[in-house]
Design a protein around this ligand. Structure first.
Ligand code: XIL
Length: 408
């Protein structure tokens, strides 16, 4: 598939039309809304970019918080199910699928003219209990796991055929430099579930997962998705980005149907910052392989001192420093994406601290405050930064320079 074919037109055209309508009204009619009052989807559409969020299905469905639902619908042009398309959700009992929540998600997205990032087909985590147990206790062997994965990918991709824009076909298959052994490899720590999953399937499973997905839906864009691949390191054995790059390059050379690389973008202000050009360089190296890229799970969290109530503590004395650092991380990832014509979408992993996975996941040390809006839906510095970046990325808000002539 060529990159040209990837530029999906339909939904984007509608959003662009809506946005341009608002702007052209400035010629005679009412003034367009101030930039900060325009939706992220509208601001991004002017640059041909889709702006997305992960959606918490319970919060979306719950009538208790209509603001959450209306913001998902109005702010975003692409959506990712945070959990309801994971294997544990779709097949909690072996052999029995439950499509209910995922189907509802896809229907809602269609109603709101949003493209869907399907998440996720092949991942060692959030597997159903029966499968995790079988992998751990050895009652499911390699050939059995391979057959189960083949069936899972085929059934799930076929079920949603024609309704998914980008599929995360393989997620987090690669180790981290702090794991054992430290040289990056397929799998994780020695003895971990992540390593067992990789070992049982054998090295060819990544290529096969993409082939199985393509066979079940020839039109969906097929992505490899991972974290800590925002920038290259020293290119040595501990450089995860380099490992993923080499993997993708090999897959492309073998004719495996991989269309994109998703850089998750889960950042923390405690680790210092990337810079725009380093991230842009990484994206460019991937797209030079002929694949698209996307920022798929962006958030930028900070240390908190009160695990029970991270939001409260984030309002402490150094609120400004943390908010600024978080905003800067959003800025770096978004600018890098905007600089690459093949960066298709920029998706945040939740948009409000109210439902963010961060405080539940990063407890030691406790972290929080990683989203664009706080837990009370107040805009944060990161939101204003993202809006400003989208506005400044091109016309109509940024106009060509017009040289002035001297009056006399
Ligand atoms: C997270 C969800 O946000 C949580 O609700 C869930 O408990 C654990 O998984 N990388 C991924 C996502 O690819 O699927 C993860 O989502 C976050 C890290």
């Amino acid at each position: 598939m060529t990159l040209r074919r990837m530029a999906t037109a339909g939904v984007l055209a509608a959003v662009v039309a809506a946005t341009l309508g608002a702007v052209s009204a400035s010629a005679g009619g009412p003034r367009p809304p101030a930039t900060q009052d325009q939706s992220l989807r509208g601001l991004a559409a002017r640059n041909g970019l889709y702006f997305g969020t992960a959606v918490d299905a319970a919060a979306y469905a719950g009538a208790s918080d209509p603001q959450y639902t209306s913001m998902v619908d109005s702010q975003f042009s692409t959506v990712t199910p945070e959990n309801v398309m994971k294997w544990e959700s779709l097949e909690p009992t072996r052999g029995t699928y439950d499509w209910t929540a995922a189907d509802t998600f896809v229907e809602n997205a269609a109603r709101n003219h949003q493209l869907v990032r399907g998440h996720v087909l092949t991942w060692y985590s959030q597997l159903p209990g029966w499968l995790t147990t079988g992998i751990q206790d050895g009652s499911i062997d390699g050939p059995q796991l391979r057959a189960l994965l083949h069936k899972h990918i085929t059934d799930v991709v076929a079920h949603f055929r024609g309704k998914i824009w980008q599929w995360d076909v393989v997620n987090e298959a690669v180790s981290d430099p702090w794991e054992t052994p430290p040289a990056i490899h397929l799998g994780g720590n020695t003895g971990s579930l992540k390593q067992k999953f990789a070992d049982l399937l054998g090295p060819g499973y990544v290529a096969d997962a993409f082939r199985w997905a393509r066979a079940a839906d020839p039109k969906a864009l097929l992505f490899y998705n991972d974290y800590n691949i925002e920038a290259f390191g020293d290119g040595g054995p501990g450089d995860k980005t380099q490992f993923v790059y080499d993997l993708v390059k090999r897959l492309r050379a073998q004719g495996v149907p991989i269309d994109g690389v998703g850089s998750q973008g889960h950042l923390s202000t405690q680790y210092g910052n990337y810079d725009v050009l380093a991230v842009a360089d990484a994206l460019r190296r991937f797209t030079d392989l002929g694949v698209a890229v996307a920022l798929t799970e962006v958030d930028a969290r900070s240390l908190t001192k009160d695990a029970a109530d991270p939001a409260k503590d984030a309002a402490g004395a150094d609120l400004n420093a943390r908010d600024q650092a978080s905003a800067y991380n959003y800025h770096v990832l978004l600018q890098a994406c905007l600089l690459n014509a093949h960066c298709l979408s920029f998706t945040v992993w939740g948009f409000t601290d109210k439902y963010s996975w961060i405080p539940n996941w990063f407890k030691n040390p406790p972290e929080g405050s990683g989203c664009l809006w706080d837990a009370a839906y107040h805009p944060k510095k990161s939101l204003r930064t993202v809006q400003g970046d989208l506005a400044a990325a091109g016309p109509p808000l940024v106009q060509p320079r017009v040289p002035q002539k001297p009056r006399r």
